[in-house]
Write a protein that binds this ligand. Structure first.
Ligand SMILES: Nc1ncnc2c1ncn2[C@@H]1O[C@H](COP(=O)(O)OP(=O)(O)OP(=O)(O)O)[C@@H](O)[C@H]1O
Ligand SMILES: [Mg+2]
Length: 246
């Protein structure tokens, strides 16, 4: 059975989706079979990084959760060999419907396992909605690793403490931190060491605040392989595969 890696942050906009897609793409480039599922049904975004036009995103995770198709029907191939993707629907009506009516969270978990089994995945990456929601807690609880993404400010420092308390200390899930949007004025070794000490958690690494990366469309590390950011994603992928021993 492959490994489930969930990417989460307490606050929105920390870079979760970009980080999930780029690490997943680098693992696929290393020859692993990798899936990514966008479970951010309230504000889906990963399809933009897979560069799928909204009108072509069908069927989606929403259709599966409604019982209109199987999870297998929703799986898309990508421009990267061995990288597969289940999108959430960006259509307004679907986003409103799911927000109003909710869905069976157990069905979402079943879908993750079916995706892994049918595509013989080495890794399933789960991109999440920020904050604490029932489905996110359930997805975290079935994960082999939770990557908590944080920016270096007080709101994220507090949010990360909450997430570690729940995921690691209560649910018993292995957690690792990834520091994002690091300005050049911050001394990263000091920040990394204090995070490891304060949170008693390992840090996978950091990404600098990068103008080239900001707002990029498509899978940045596949498009700009020599860029510093891309090399960081490659290193994260290698470190994760060591950590998870696949
Ligand atoms: N290190 C970085 N430097 C510059 N821009 C970045 C960096 N990391 C992410 N971004 C940008 O920040 C924005 C938000 O990223 P992303 O959508 O991945 O965050 P998110 O945590 O998934 O957001 P949400 O909580 O809404 O799902 C995007 O425009 C992305 O390109
Ligand atoms: Mg996102």
């Amino acid at each position: 059975m492959g490994k489930i890696v969930t990417i989460h942050s307490y606050r929105g906009g920390t870079g979760k989706s970009n980080i999930a897609v780029n690490i997943a793409a680098n693992l696929a480039s290393l020859g692993q079979r990798v899936g990514l599922i966008d479970t951010d049904l309230n504000s889906p975004g990963a399809h933009i990084l897979f560069d799928i036009p909204p009108e072509e995103i069908t069927p989606t995770l929403n259709d599966y959760l409604r019982g209109d198709c199987t999870i297998i029907d929703t799986i898309k191939t990508s421009s990267v060999a061995n990288l597969y993707f289940v999108p959430a629907s960006p259509r307004e009506i679907d986003v409103i419907t799911i927000a109003k009516e909710g869905f069976a969270v157990e069905k979402l978990v079943d879908g993750c396992y079916q995706f892994m089994e049918a595509f013989d995945l080495d890794y399933l990456f789960i991109d999440t909605h920020p904050g604490l929601h029932q489905e996110t807690l359930l997805l975290i609880s079935i994960s082999d690793l939770l990557i908590i993404v944080l920016r270096p400010d007080e709101q994220d420092f507090q949010g990360t403490a909450v997430m570690l308390d729940i995921a690691r200390d209560r649910l018993g899930v292995a957690c690792i931190l990834l520091l994002n949007f690091i300005p050049s004025s911050i001394e990263i070794n000091t920040l990394q060491a204090s995070c490891e000490k304060i949170y008693r958690a390992s840090v996978l690494g950091f990404l600098p605040h990068s103008e080239a990366f900001f707002g990029s469309k498509g899978i940045f590390s596949m498009q700009h392989r020599d860029h510093d950011i891309s090399q960081k994603f490659q290193a994260f992928a290698e470190d994760l595969s060591q950590l998870l021993c696949n």
